[in-house]
Structure formats: structure tokens, C-alpha cells
Write a protein that binds this ligand. Structure first.
Ligand code: 13P
Ligand code: SF4
Length: 315
């Protein structure tokens, strides 16, 4: 496919706004996007709010500035709308860590278990699940099953371990991880805490347990934002993708935000390489060409929709 090039000197913000209107397209974006993408989006949110917003879309087209599983979720809920992404290569290590053929074998080994899957998984995994959860509602979704009901939790073993701790349930965990959240350095975090003794530490539950044990608050991106807005702490150490700091600064401009780092302080390994594939230029091109688009086979979509709707009805 030949992509249109961006005309030199073009005001991208103006051009994107105009194209959105002309083509009746809503731009949904996640908090881990570049600041300028967040600013031009019609809606920004965590995975749960993005799924809810996608469910209510009345526009003809959805352009999703996030990662593939998020756009797929929008397509599952909107089979008759065009769901466009800026870059088809914007995947997710968690989703990739759960190949459907291997997961089918794993599931077959636990026939008396129901499957709760984190939304960071492919449509094929959603189709094999009984219910979906996000980091925002994972504890409530697991608690909504009677204590005697055996459960598989996939694909994030760290989120699963955190849910296990919060609910006291014994979950069978799939061994997947997020390459961003598993890479934060415990040693570096301790140094930051010593340097900033009055700082609140907020972390995403995709981090390993030793990191979460250092946090004053653990939650989804939206819950981290809510905590930051209410916390009296003058400084905040942020242990998640630093894209979220853009909204944190807007909500609490008087506070100082300190991004947690990985062991290699010379690399920006705390940014999500998939999320950051999206650019303003690619958004402009996607709007103009209506490509690339998410396509799903109908049996998979229908089964995935069942597990997604099960979540949306319970949350
Ligand atoms: P949230 O649902 O908390 O925004 O998480 C999305 C994600 O991909 C975290 O890595
Ligand atoms: Fe996936 Fe991790 Fe990137 Fe979130 S931060 S999209 S879980 S790779």
C-alpha cells in the first residue's frame, strides 16, 4: 500500500481536526500516547473507559491511537464501523505472550476452571475466555465469582499475582508479562524514594510484586490519575509508562512528577515501544486513507464480544 506523504509546512493539528470532521471519525487515545496525540484526541482513557466509549460511538469511523488489542476491542463492539489504526505494528508484549494454540492446550488442562482474561490479549484469546477484565476492575471481576469457582487468569502473571493477593483467591496464572512494567528497577526506585522522602509512589499493577510493595497506591492509569489529583504529596514518583505524566501535570500543575527508571538509565526503556509507534503524521495519513483497518472473522468476534459484554455488564 502506498501511504500519502505529509505535505511540507502542513499544520497537522488543523489538518487532523478538519479530516476528523469531514470523515465523521472519532479519535480515541490511550494515556500512553505522545502529548500532542492526547491533546488532539476526542476521548482519552484507560482500557476500561476506552472500551465503554467505543461501545457508545455514533460516528462512522473510529481511529484508535493506542495498541492493537484496544482497536480490536473497539471493532469487536462495532462490527459495522471502520476501525482504523495509525500503525498496525503497534502491538503489545502481553498480548503476544499468549498464543491462542498454546492457550487452548493450557485451558484444556483445567476443564473445571473458568477463564478471566485481562483485556491486553488478542481477540482469539478473548473468544476463549468467559469474561474480560481490565486493571481497573480485575479485583471486582474475580470477586464476582463464588469462592469455590476455580479460575484461570491470563495473560499477565504480575497483575494476576496482585489480584490473587487482593482477593485471597488461588488463581491459575498464565505466564505473560509486559516488557515495560517488568523492567522498572527496584534499586532505582529505592534510590528515588530516599532522594524524595515526601514523594507519593504510584504504580501500575503490571509491575512485579517487589515494585508494587514500594508503592503508596496501585491502580489502572485512570485510578493513578484520580489518586494523584487527591494526594497531598508535593512530589509523585510514577512507576508506569511516562505518557501519563501529561495528564497528571494537567490535573495537578503544582506537583512535581518523577518518572521511575529501568536499570539502564541511558535508554528510555520505561516508554512503551508499541504505543510510541503512533505519530501525528501516521494519524493524519490514516485519517486521509482510511487505512490500515482492523478486520476480524465473525465467529471469533462473536465469542470475543460475549466475554467483553460480560465484563461491561458487571462493571
Ligand atoms: P490501563 O487500562 O490501566 O490504562 O492499562 C493499559 C496498559 O496497557 C497498561 O500497560
Ligand atoms: Fe502492552 Fe505493556 Fe505497552 Fe501496555 S505498556 S501496551 S501492557 S507492552
Amino acid at each position: 500500500m502506498t501511504l500519502t506523504t505529509v505535505e511540507p509546512g502542513l499544520d497537522l493539528v488543523e489538518a487532523i481536526q478538519k479530516l476528523k470532521q469531514e470523515t465523521d471519525t472519532i479519535l480515541l487515545a490511550h494515556y500512553y500516547q505522545e502529548d500532542e496525540i492526547q491533546d488532539i484526541a476526542d476521548f482519552i482513557g484507560d482500557s476500561l473507559d476506552l472500551a465503554r466509549r467505543a461501545q457508545a460511538v455514533t460516528h462512522k469511523r473510529i481511529l484508535f491511537a493506542g495498541v492493537h488489542f484496544m482497536a480490536e476491542t473497539a471493532k469487536i463492539l462495532n462490527p459495522d464501523k471502520a476501525v482504523i489504526v495509525p500503525d498496525m505494528k503497534a502491538g503489545c508484549s502481553l498480548a503476544d505472550s499468549c498464543p491462542p494454540d498454546q492457550f487452548a492446550l493450557f485451558k484444556a488442562k483445567h476443564p473445571d476452571h473458568l477463564v478471566v482474561s485481562y483485556i491486553n490479549c488478542s481477540a482469539a484469546i478473548k473468544a476463549m475466555s468467559d469474561i474480560i477484565c481490565t486493571s481497573s476492575n480485575a479485583v471486582d471481576i474475580v470477586n464476582s465469582f463464588p469462592p469455590e469457582q476455580k479460575l484461570i487468569f491470563a495473560p499477565d502473571r504480575y497483575l494476576g499475582a496482585w489480584v490473587q493477593k487482593k482477593t485471597g483467591r488461588d488463581l491459575v496464572l498464565w505466564n505473560g508479562t509486559c516488557i515495560v512494567h517488568e523492567t522498572f528497577s527496584h534499586k532505582n526506585l529505592i534510590s528515588l524514594k530516599i532522594k524524595h522522602p515526601n514523594a507519593a509512589v504510584v504504580a501500575h499493577p503490571e509491575c512485579p510484586e517487589p515494585i508494587l510493595n514500594e508503592a503508596h497506591f496501585v491502580g489502572s492509569t485512570k485510578k493513578l490519575l484520580m489518586y494523584v489529583a487527591e494526594s497531598p504529596a508535593p512530589e509523585v514518583i510514577v512507576v508506569t509508562e511516562p505518557g501519563i505524566i501529561h495528564q497528571m501535570r494537567k490535573l495537578a500543575p503544582e506537583k512535581t512528577f518523577i518518572p521511575a527508571l529501568t536499570d539502564d538509565e541511558t535508554c528510555s526503556c520505561n516508554t512503551c515501544p508499541y504505543m510510541r509507534l503512533n505519530t501525528m503524521e501516521k494519524i493524519y495519513q490514516a485519517l486521509k486513507t482510511g487505512q490500515p483497518q482492523i478486520h476480524l472473522d465473525e465467529p471469533t468476534r462473536l465469542n470475543a464480544e460475549k466475554s467483553l459484554l460480560a465484563m461491561l455488564e458487571r462493571s
